[in-house]
Design a protein around this ligand. Sequence first.
Ligand code: AMP
Length: 450
Amino acid sequence: MSFNSFKLHPQIAAGVKALGYQTPTPIQVEAIPPVLSGKDVMGLAQTGTGKTAAFVLPILERLLPGLRGKVRSLIIAPTRELAEQIHVSIGELGRNTRLTSCTIYGGVGVNPQIQKLRAGVDIVVACPGRLLDHLNQGTISLANLEVLVLDEADRMFDMGFLPDVRRIIKQLPRKRQTLMFSATMPDSIRKLTDEVLRDPVTVRIDHTAPINTVSHALYPVQQHLKTGLLLELLRQTDIESILIFTRTKHRAKRIAQELQRAGYSAASLQGNLSQSKRQDALDGFRSGLYQMLVATDIAARGIDVLSISHVINYDMPDTTDAYTHRIGRTGRAAKTGDAFTFVSQEDELQVKSIERVLGKKIERRILESFDYTKSAPHRNTEFARPPRPSQRHRAQPKPEQAGLRTDGGAKPKTNSTTPGRGATPGTKGRTSPPSGRRRSRNRTGKPSVR
Ligand code: AMP
């Protein structure tokens, strides 16, 4: 199947071509025709499946003729990063359409947003809280709205946004097309679907699709050795760009600092940063200025950088769903990527859940060149203290129950790319020379229409 079969307007087809998309992804194949025909659609698909283009392309098609400068489409997203990402996609796909979009979210000045709205935009991509402020202040009019999109609805629920979303929807014209996307379908989302979608077409994309393009490995390690192991792993791995996840904001910051000290170009992305610092970190990561980004789950939501070659879970995520979302950042849209997860004793039950979801056992690896026997420092530093165990898995069974040993005594499968102790980087396997660290890429991710 090709994009031609959607019979998109040549100005829109040109945007698809410019991005180099050859064939539509499964969610695009399934969702674009009903959305183009004006139906409400419920799309069950996670990040990394191409769902953004699945709603952006038909929206551009619908808005191309007709009134300009009035908000005719509203896209609601849970985080500012995701909102920016969608705005960028609209800019890229709609580069020849002269349709305009802007983002609306909190943590930044309200006046530039008011100015853009006054100047006139066709599409608004918004987070719920600030959008509600604009509605309450009368600084946005949604009277001309034709298409509403609720993106990552389950995440909006997780983040407590559904009451705000319902308040917003009450203020929208009743006659409209509504599209909802969600990775999962908990009862809360099913209920919302019944409330806001009219006779919807449901499109479901295999939940594990993006995961199949990723190879997974576990690295058993004690808490206090994680940073050392990370540095050793980086030394031995050929990395294009890498996203590292931690459980806390503080850890994200500390690890980014450690990586910088070790000579890597790294930044952190976490909730303690101002909005402009967050944006700098993201832009720097996209442009290749930073090869490494250390992030918490919430901050990293929806990050879309085409060439993320590795995701490292420095801390195990709380839920299997969070694992899927993190890993969805690499191996996107038919590319391949590696997902490494550091596991310590308290993570064993979570490992089992993830293996259940993947339907296979994940390979355990040890790095032969790394000294796993170092004892923990006396002082209880951030890195020595185990992170909070996940809400669901407070119980801590004995290590041998899950086949994990974190003391280096056991011999899970040795990393096949591992050079022996003291080997020179760059001489074996996928080891990269230090010069590879600041490789730059030319994807700017900047919107071309505003
Ligand atoms: P999304 O799930 O919307 O975040 O998209 C994931 C990634 O896939 C993004 O980097 C898109 O630019 C890319 N993508 C979307 N559709 C296609 C396609 N048909 N062919 C190749 N890449 C795509």
